[in-house]
Design a binder for this molecule. Structure first.
Ligand SMILES: O=C(O)[C@H](O)COP(=O)(O)O
Length: 331
């Protein structure tokens, strides 16, 4: 392995922990009001806070082509965007660098995905995006099994004309009861290069904790022969802008099941984190995070704690109405 990447001093302060809400502020929990805003306590350190109980409205994200194109957000629409990192995989369990190696979930990962599904079971989902890796796809499917609307998630096969043709559905009613699942390699985990398959602890023992932390969390320093977060963002955020934002603009509710680093890059974009701030961003496996897309802006809503959490539904009329409808249909 060419361990040529230079050593940089890294902050040892971990701002985001992997608590039950997926993103949790440790060092300035009380004073923080939102993700993506600087915390009073941490301001001098240039740090970012996360709080799950309150929302933040981030600046409008540049819509594809906007203002040059005619893509205009529907003023009335409020779309849900759920981001979920896959549940624990067999290599997470073994503490191995996984990257683009296609490893399935452990039984615990299956449980996490089911639990995630319970948390979002009242939130509308019209289209699902996953990476091309099985751990993200399993997570999406297992989570959707818990949804109260009971639509069937169906993987869209467009890899060839034949695959497209042979997977057609010929009933409009059946189509209505389905949710398309679009798989995209661009949402894959960052390619971990020559670290793939290595044990994380042994790698830290060999190359030093700081070097390995830099490979894992820095923005622009790639692991040997692998992708930096910046390189991962180039494909993941581009895909998000080109394919997913137009769905939200059209009023569709979207779930993305992906990976620690592809989602870190998307969250960095949504919350406008700096390359320093993103170092502290950690995502737990199997914890859904909700954003509301409204009038061209992403409003971070943290992680829905469960189907009974009233607060989750209090903030948007559309979601509250959707839930009421489900309650009526299912009683
Ligand atoms: O690819 C991996 O090993 C993990 O899914 C993410 O690893 P990280 O926490 O080292 O980024």
């Amino acid at each position: 392995m060419a361990a040529s990447t230079s050593l940089h001093a890294l902050s040892s302060i971990k701002l985001w922990s992997t608590g039950s809400f997926g993103l949790e502020k440790r060092t300035c929990h009380v004073n923080c009001v939102s993700v993506g805003r600087r915390c009073t306590n941490a301001r001098n350190l240039g740090l970012v806070c996360a709080s799950n109980s309150q929302s933040s409205v981030v600046e409008p994200v540049q819509l594809p082509g906007s203002p040059k194109s005619s893509t205009t957000p529907k003023k009335s629409s409020e779309s849900a965007l759920i981001l979920i990192r896959h549940g624990e995989s067999l290599w997470n369990e073994k503490n191995l660098f996984t990257g683009c190696v296609d490893v399935p979930l452990t039984p615990k990962g299956v449980e996490e995905a089911i639990e995630a599904g319970k948390r979002i079971c009242n939130i509308p989902v019209d289209v699902i995006y996953t990476s091309s890796l099985i751990r993200a796809q399993m997570t999406a499917m297992l989570a959707m099994m818990q949804h109260r609307r009971k639509k069937v998630p169906i993987i869209v096969h467009n890899e060839s004309e034949r695959a497209h043709k042979w997977s057609q559905i010929y009933s409009e009613e059946t189509k209505k009861q389905s949710i398309p699942v679009i798989t995209a390699w661009q949402l894959n985990e960052r390619m971990y290069g020559e670290l793939q398959g290595l044990n994380k602890q042994e790698t830290a023992d060999r190359f030093g904790k700081e070097q390995v932390h830099e490979w894992r969390r820095s923005y622009d320093i790639p692991p040997p022969d692998g992708e930096s977060l910046e390189m991962c963002a180039e494909r993941a955020v581009a895909y998000f802008k080109d394919h997913i934002i137009p769905q939200l603009v059209a009023g569709k509710h979207v779930m993305i099941a992906a990976h620690g680093n592809s989602l870190r890059s998307i969250i960095m974009h949504l919350d406008k984190l700096t390359s320093q701030e993103v170092i502290s961003l950690e995502l737990s496996t199997g914890i859904p995070m909700l954003y509301i897309f409204k009038e061209g802006k992403f409003i971070r809503r943290g992680s829905p704690a469960g189907p009974s959490e009233a607060g989750v539904y209090a903030y948007t009329k559309n979601l509250a109405q959707y839930r009421q409808k489900l309650d009526g249909m299912i009683q």
